[in-house]
Design a protein around this ligand. Sequence first.
Ligand SMILES: Nc1ncnc2c1ncn2[C@@H]1O[C@H](COP(=O)(O)O)[C@@H](OP(=O)(O)O)[C@H]1O
Ligand SMILES: [Mg+2]
Length: 393
Amino acid sequence: MTTTVPSPRPYLRVLPAPVSPYYSPSFASTSPQSAPLHTATMSYQQERFIAELAVQRASILTQKVFFEKAKGTVSKDDKSPVTIGDFGAQALIIQAIRKNFPNDEVVGEEEASSLRQDKDLSAEIWRLVKDIKLDDAESDSLLGGPLASEESMLDAIDQGNSPGGPKGRIWALDPVDGTKGFLRGGQYAVCLGLIVDGDVKVGAIGTPNLPIDDTAPIDSNTGAQQSATSGNGVLFSAVLGEGATSRPLTSGVLAPSKPISMRPVPDITQAVFCEGVEAAHSSQGDNAAVAQRLGITNASVRLDSQAKYCSIARGAGDIYLRLPVKKDYQEKIWDHAAGDILVREAGGQVTDIYGARLDFSKGRTLAANKGVVAAPKAIQDEVIGAVKAVLKL
Ligand SMILES: Nc1ncnc2c1ncn2[C@@H]1O[C@H](COP(=O)(O)O)[C@@H](OP(=O)(O)O)[C@H]1O
Ligand SMILES: [Mg+2]
């Protein structure tokens, strides 16, 4: 690295450096107006830091809801379950973005119209949201401190209404990705990505139910039987050109981070592939046919949410297959932005079924792509070849 690293500032709060040689602190400025830290090799550090803290704070809320029995489920128009976790986490994260990057737009999964109709649910979410804070006061105030009122919470949720597109700075936010896993008691993820002029630059993902140990093996039960004291929870992040990291989720200052990378796959038949739990979201039959064509004998690891991207990025799996079930389904940018940059910065490729990069410039959906295939760079072409053969592309 050739740039001068700015001296640590008072707001730069991470836990004490471990003995590990991997320690790499985040840098941020107190406000977007302060002296820019952006240099050729230090770009987006402030965005990464705020994204990590915001995801960490929202994860405190989702974990609280996760361990409560009644998750306040209502139905959206598309009948997918929405919980108080989704709404609360979206409000908290958008507040943090507005505080630090007031001119940025947000493409958020949720909108508050149904909440405005359901006063009881709105009040219940507000009771929860108003008490959520990082237990480090400085970190919390960097994110804007508590929201002022129930109305400001609803307004924050509605600020996730950007149409997206090819120009400007747009955050893609999935406050609780894998809602079905969340309700089932399995994997879910709090996901935030920054897209600049159509290209993902920053990603942060909180996975409260993944093991902290990057080398821990995963299987389809990973994340089941969570307890409030099981001590799991990981915060992943990446910046374009700066690599990918993981660190334990905490309830205050950021923990020290470690770099992560995909593992080499010298023999593709030994690869482990991940897919979604929900058969409606990707074709498990086609995924299996691709694996078979590649000679993979290991059973698939089924995980909800972008925990799949996280798992392959840290070498706990190798390939992520999301082959379409419905021809006309357009993947949503918030389901992939953070995972895309995480895997690419960990040494992988993320493409659609044709081998084309995901195109985040098309609005709220990946309108130019079909399905998702992610793998280490060295084997991506081989995987895409198998996908094309199976799908007869
Ligand atoms: N027919 C479909 N094909 C692909 N993805 C779909 C889908 N219907 C819903 N999804 C998306 O799949 C996401 C979950 O992915 P996965 O199955 O990998 O856990 C959902 O996110 P939410 O849970 O945030 O609503 C939702 O946006
Ligand atoms: Mg989602």
